[in-house]
Unconditional design. Sequence first.
Length: 208
Amino acid sequence: MTRYAGVVFTETVRSVQRERGSAQAMERLIAGNTEEPDPLGADEVGFIVARDGFYLASVGADGWPYVQFRGGPPGFVHVLDSGTLAYTEVRGNRQYITTGNIRDDDRVSLFFMDYPRRTRLKILGRAESRKIEEFPELTERLADIRSEGLPEQLIVVRVEGFAWNCSKHITPRFSDAELAEALLPVRQRIEELEEENRALRAWLGSRD
């Protein structure tokens, strides 16, 4: 049983599942009590703090969804406990769409992606904006690792549920840091071969 399935599997969704023949397969995800939030485990915590960005979806007052990307150094999204995420929001384009949305409706969805390993973690939660000056201890804790820029507010998300997605249709992509790490053995081998080439040229030159 998962709280995530209990939230997203509305009666209309269940109706579609019955139409398409997947309702029985989904039963295991909604069996039992789905009212309690899903606690984050070690796998989820490790995955979240290793990410350098995530997608955040909110809903405006008129019902339109909005999705934005939030990025920073790995660990900028802090796991405060098994049910709470938080990060420092820094100044961007000053549209404040997400901030405005969560004042009307605190429900959000977060997508954490590991493109090289084709892994995705989906989280449903309730978000709130906190003023930096009113929460000095939390501000200090989140300042340890945060995005570059002028801090404007703290975003705290209480996790309702989560689900891991399959890897199907996730195209592998690599950041500069990931490519540098993957290519390190290749660069080292090239340096070795260049050194061997220099030594061979010197030896051949000494025979002239």
